[in-house]
Design a protein around this ligand. Structure first.
Ligand SMILES: CC(=O)SCCNC(=O)CCNC(=O)[C@H](O)C(C)(C)COP(=O)(O)OP(=O)(O)OC[C@H]1O[C@@H](n2cnc3c(N)ncnc32)[C@H](O)[C@@H]1OP(=O)(O)O
Length: 148
């Protein structure tokens, strides 16, 4: 993975991010995911980007106060003005030392916005590794289905 195409964002979950049971609100994590997707898209496009769509958002595990949450946002497909960003979230219980566990995942469609407030083209993306090629083809198929 080209380092320019990935951003890792970590944060310890605090009591003000949780409900009365101590579970972190889903919206708190979704905001973190959106920030990570936006950051990697802006770095890739070298221009402001907005979120156009979120697909396949899945909550695999609950997250609790005190957990270290790490969002990894990776560019996996690039269209003309839009980018598909896969965001994986891991949560780690720092006390138990049980290691990070996959907690959430989603695909964000980010659109590059020109200074005129309209979508602007972004640099082409060529997947290199087998994993990158697999993800690229998966997203390409999904977009083709969506646009038909
Ligand atoms: C970081 C943040 O949180 S930003 C705040 C939240 N987000 C926003 O405010 C965005 C609000 N939405 C918008 O401003 C507009 O709908 C835009 C800019 C996303 C799209 O505007 P449109 O006039 O539809 O643009 P246009 O038709 O030229 O499409 C631009 C690209 O966006 C893609 N796109 C537009 N709408 C969608 C959608 N709903 N789902 C997936 N892709 C979309 C198009 O496929 C196209 O991609 P491509 O150039 O790679 O083929």
């Amino acid at each position: 993975m080209n380092i320019r195409n990935q951003i890792v964002l970590s944060q310890v979950m605090l009591p003000n991010q949780a409900n009365v049971a101590g579970n972190v609100h889903g919206g708190e994590i979704m905001k973190l995911m959106d920030s990570a997707a936006g950051a990697v898209a802006i770095r890739y496009a070298k221009e402001n980007c907005v979120t156009a769509r979120v697909d396949e958002l899945e909550f695999h595990l609950p997250i609790f106060v005190g957990a270290l949450v790490t969002c990894t946002a990776s560019i996996v497909y690039v269209g003309r003005t839009s980018m598909e960003v896969l965001v994986n979230v891991e949560a780690e219980d720092l006390v138990s030392h049980s290691g990070p566990q996959k907690a959430l995942s989603a695909y964000f469609t980010m659109v590059c916005m020109g200074k005129n407030g309209r979508p602007q083209s972004v640099p082409e993306y060529t997947p290199e590794t087998d994993d990158e090629k697999r993800l690229f083809e998966e997203v390409e198929k999904k977009r083709a289905l969506r646009n038909n």
